[in-house]
Design a protein around this ligand. Sequence first.
Ligand SMILES: *Cc1c(COP(=O)(O)O)cnc(C)c1O
Length: 344
Amino acid sequence: MADDKKGPGFGSAFTPHMLVQHYKDGVWAKAEIQPFGPFTLSPATVVFHYGQEIFEGFKAYRQPDGSISLFRPDRNLARLNASAARLCMPQVDTAAVLSDICRLIKTERECVPPRPYTLYIRPCMIGTDTVIKVHPSPTCIFFVITCVVGDYFAGQDPRGVRLRTETEYVRAAPGGTGAAKCGGNYAASLAAQGQATVEGFDQVVFLDARERKYIEELGGMNIMFLIDDILLTPALTGGSILPGVTRESLLQLVRRQGRKVEERDIAVDELLAANKAGRLKEVFACGTAAVVTPIREIVHGNAMLYRNTSDRPGELTVQLRQQLMDIQFGTAPDPFGWRYPVPL
Ligand SMILES: *Cc1c(COP(=O)(O)O)cnc(C)c1O
């Protein structure tokens, strides 16, 4: 490990190798496995000035028999290409990239930790032309780094995180880049996040850009609500919400269990009313990094939008987190064929 002094926190214990692939003259060169280390880039490089950058995030899971599996990497690579299209970057050959990533994981196989730790895989593509002019870069670097990760919210209250709605800043707008996984969206979320942290919240819930009336998502996670016996999550149709693989997987799991699911616009007012009536039972966030994260409180202005008054997270929240992790770590059947064994 490049940094194993503090044990695996999130995002700093990089493994010794990385995958690097260059794009030029309309073609991708062969992907190379190299020692993890810095790039030398001109200060005029496009990514520094105009933010032409996209990324992905998924994990490798140590299985009970010692083998290693990925979780739905095809969904991440399809999303990588969707993000690339949105930012005018070249498409990758998803089958070739998957096999290259497996080669990287095989190289780093000793670094794949036992459950509940995982090897986080971070593909990234940057525009590398060196002209100070706004244009789609004709050259790119695609690279993949990996790091050992533990719990994203380690050391938090077990009932989960405390949030507030964000009524001033927005993360993404209709027609913008909200559905693409690009660094610029994160840069845009920092001011809201910073302000909320000062106020003692863990994260913010972003609202729609037009009216600030509808729930969108957190800075890096999707959000779900249990009202009565219906699991609700914002629909993706507006194009400003990131289509999470965890979100999609949980919806499939829950539907298979015969539970009612609704993907639609969710107004803050609807949640306030449901909470007042005692019908808002559970709220959680979901994403690869933190899997399923219970939310213990959401504040909206002067109003309490949701509060978990018990001493533990909701039943469905706990159950879904467990079910998803059991599939990922190979201790439960895989009815949807989500596990992708890494050839070792
Ligand atoms: C990555 C991300 C998610 C979660 O996506 P997963 O595929 O489940 O990891 C949700 N929201 C945003 C803004 C993200 O960047």
